[in-house]
Design a protein around this ligand. Sequence first.
Ligand code: 5GP
Length: 121
Amino acid sequence: MSYDTSNVFARILRGELPCRKVYEDEWALAFEDINPAAPVHVLVIPKGAYVSLSDFSATAPEAAIAGFFRAVGKVAEELGVTANGYRVLANHGPDSHQEVPHFHVHILAGRKLGPMLAPQR
Ligand code: 5GP
């Protein structure tokens, strides 16, 4: 799948759409999810153009991968959620329900998050 430069996170990175920024460095931007699923729900995205985790892990330079995952840890630290705990989640592709085709991880926290997946219906 090729990268669609008109996806919403690409537009946020270019400053064309607003976001509630919580962290930014050379490698990553973190901002609040527009439709939070927990009291703390922050998205962390790399600054480069990667469709998903598979694309990022296969094609990003080592420094970008290290920089991104260090940023995820820093965001969790800055959000103050490391003591009580948090969940990091990344969706890839249709079965996962990935909606935005720019790689991102969700940081979820602020309440007991329960089992990892909802029971199958
Ligand atoms: P996915 O299902 O792709 O893993 O998650 C995409 C997430 O992006 C969803 O949780 C959705 O609420 C969030 N989202 C979609 N559009 C926007 C937007 O324009 N701004 C922000 N802050 N979040 C968005």
